[in-house]
Unconditional design. Structure first.
Length: 373
């Protein structure tokens, strides 16, 4: 049966819409389980175990939140909860946060539930228009951005001695051995394609292979120093690397210690991505989870979270809240284009079409051979 389903192009683990929900205990059990990434929520300066925006939700609604920082890697977390989901069992979690390329996989497999937007007036009103229509989830019915970000280029302007404006400039002879790229296929490919002028909202296999060939030649010439995870931060901070593929939120943190670090959205464009909230199948506190999602789309709450995490805020209305702050540092965040991109920057941002399940095996094999994974 599994083979027959696979032959029809339907994953054997696919869950039909009618089998995704469970009896909701939200009314009688005022609680929920929320799994997130480490250091991805505001904490109290004097007591790191307190999370002010989460505590405010519980105080307002009476809903207690069991918050765990258990997601360290998309694939690792997928492996942790996939046995339950493919076997139509509870995961023990009512709300999770995964990167959009992984969210696309959950949606394709039918492993997450559609949210009731009538319970989420803040999401309906305040969600950033540029994030409303990802290819993998039309209308954002099954996913809501927790935070967003930009994959662009970071560089040390003082040590480099000039300004970088395009991805193509990474390949200048003077940067040989002083450039790093991200090792993850999903994290890296879009920016590199954009550097070749590709519209990443509708890229094709030929675009991928052409990009891979270019990167392979750069590796052979030892132009690329290495491929990294988030450890590019150390290389850039020490000066071992002059320019690298980077995430906008990381660079804001680096700039606090080293104002010579710059982040650029290349002239050819950069990828706008999100890590999104989703409600897994058979979650027992669906309404409570929907209420928590909507809580974080209140501009006041979104502003408080944005001031702490420093990624692109998915609630543009939070900008006015920060701008009105009496604290100068907080008010300055409202003018930071890496938290609230201006119109000029937004024109160069695009949400990449995700890699389909049919493409992934071939593309991952090709990319991992280049990266050395």
């Amino acid at each position: 049966m599994a083979a027959a389903l696979a032959g029809c192009g339907v994953p054997a683990a696919y869950v039909e819409p009618g089998d995704r929900g469970a009896a909701d205990r939200s009314g009688r059990d005022r609680s929920l389980d929320f799994a997130n990434w480490p250091l991805y929520i505001d904490t109290d300066d004097e007591n790191a175990t307190r999370r002010p925006t989460l505590d405010a939700f519980s105080e307002r609604t009476g809903i207690s939140v069991r918050y765990t920082e258990e997601i360290n890697d998309n694939d690792e977390f997928f492996g942790k909860i996939s046995p339950a989901l493919m076997n139509h069992q509870e995961t023990g979690r009512d709300l999770i946060v995964v990167s959009d390329w992984m969210a696309a996989r959950f949606v394709r497999l039918g492993w997450v539930q559609e949210m009731d937007r009538t319970r989420q007036p803040n999401v309906a009103k305040y969600l950033d228009p540029q994030l409303r229509t990802p290819a993998f989830d039309e209308g954002r019915r099954r996913s809501v951005p927790w935070q967003s970000g930009i994959t662009g280029i970071a560089y040390n302007r003082r040590k480099l001695g000039r300004e970088l404006k395009s991805t193509a400039e990474l390949w200048a002879p003077g940067l040989r051995g002083r450039v790093t790229l991200l090792s993850g296929l999903d994290e890296s490919f879009a920016l590199l394609m954009q550097g070749d002028g590709v519209d990443v909202t509708k890229w094709q296999a030929d675009d991928f292979h052409r990009m891979s060939d270019q990167v392979r030649r750069l590796v052979e010439k030892k132009h690329i120093r290495r491929f990294t995870g988030n450890d590019y931060i150390k290389d850039l901070a020490t000066g071992d690397v002059l320019a690298c593929q980077a995430y906008s939120g990381d660079v804001i943190q680096l700039q606090a210690d080293n104002p010579d670090i710059e982040f650029v959205v290349p002239e050819e464009g950069a990828e706008l991505w999100s890590e999104s909230l989703m409600i897994p199948n058979l979650a027992r506190h669906k309404a409570n989870a929907e209420a928590l999602v909507d809580h974080y789309y209140d501009p006041e709450v979104a502003a408080e979270l944005a001031a702490w995490v420093n990624y692109v805020c998915p609630v543009p209305a939070a900008r006015d809240v920060l701008a009105s702050s009496k604290d100068e540092e907080t008010a300055a965040l409202a003018e930071d284009p890496l938290i609230f991109p201006d119109d000029g920057m937004r024109k160069r941002l695009a949400i990449a079409r995700d890699i389909t399940s049919q493409e992934r095996q071939t593309f991952a094999k090709e990319w991992n051979a280049i990266v050395g994974l």
